[in-house]
Design a protein around this ligand. Structure first.
Ligand code: ADP
Ligand code: MG
Ligand code: MG
Length: 207
């Protein structure tokens, strides 16, 4: 696909909601190991609410992402709600009122999402958070910009999967998992995993 319309952005979010629902238990178990076992429930609640909120599809791709952002911020508590919400809000702002999303815009919105997460949560690479999925995803997305939207998102999802796997060896320095310190080593970060899952769903939807 060369560019996404408003409708295809809404479809991609519905696809992401399905994937989050399918992986709800997995995300809960990842968070049970090093947190408070609510990440799957938190995200599933948020994405389910997004599907309802975009039933009447907003006018532009940016408006769809903004609706998703405000829904996440209002429905999802904890650390991940505001972080995911900020990511979608920055992505929406980056799109403004343009009517289509091309590969370059996807790269820009992913970069904006990362900036938002880091501005809000102050996590750096290596802190064992969603940043360890999103940061390499943005870099990989940049490298695929000439190949179209689906290629950009697939490169991002592949990099996010590798980044998620890399959190196993990290000592968490942000969020609840940081309370465990060294005892959290050996576990996948739930927020990195969910970020990779969402990116994969978006990539598959763009094909
Ligand atoms: P909570 O920890 O409040 O229960 P969740 O379980 O929904 O919230 O989300 C936990 C995830 O949030 C972590 O796995 C991590 O990826 C992410 N996270 C927590 N704090 C930060 C932060 N400061 N910056 C980036 N991501 C963070
Ligand atoms: Mg939690
Ligand atoms: Mg919690």
């Amino acid at each position: 696909m060369m560019a996404c319309t408003t409708e295809s952005v809404a479809d991609a979010l519905r696809a992401a909601a399905s994937v989050v629902a399918e992986h709800r238990t997995e995300l809960i178990e990842l968070d049970r190991a090093i947190g408070d076992a609510d990440h799957g429930e938190n995200l599933n609640r948020g994405f389910t609410a997004i599907v309802t909120a975009i039933e009447t599809v907003p006018e532009t791709p940016g408006a769809v992402l903004k609706t998703a952002a405000t829904t996440l911020i209002s429905k999802v508590g904890g650390a991940a709600g505001p972080l995911y919400g900020t990511a979608f809000l920055r992505a929406a702002a980056k799109l403004g009122d343009r009517s289509e999303v091309d590969a370059e815009a996807v790269v820009e919105l992913l970069a904006a999402a990362l900036e938002g997460v880091q501005a809000r949560g102050k996590a750096e690479a290596g802190d064992a958070t969603m940043v360890d999925a999103l940061l390499p995803a943005v870099e990989a997305a940049r490298g695929a910009v000439a190949d179209g939207v689906a290629a950009v998102l697939t490169a991002a999802a592949d990099a996010a999967d590798r980044g998620t796997e890399s959190t196993v060896d990290m000592v968490p320095r942000k969020g609840r998992a940081s309370y465990l310190g060294e005892r959290a080593v050996g576990h996948v970060d739930p927020g990195a995993r969910s970020t990779a899952l969402v990116l994969r769903a978006l990539a598959e939807a763009a094909k």
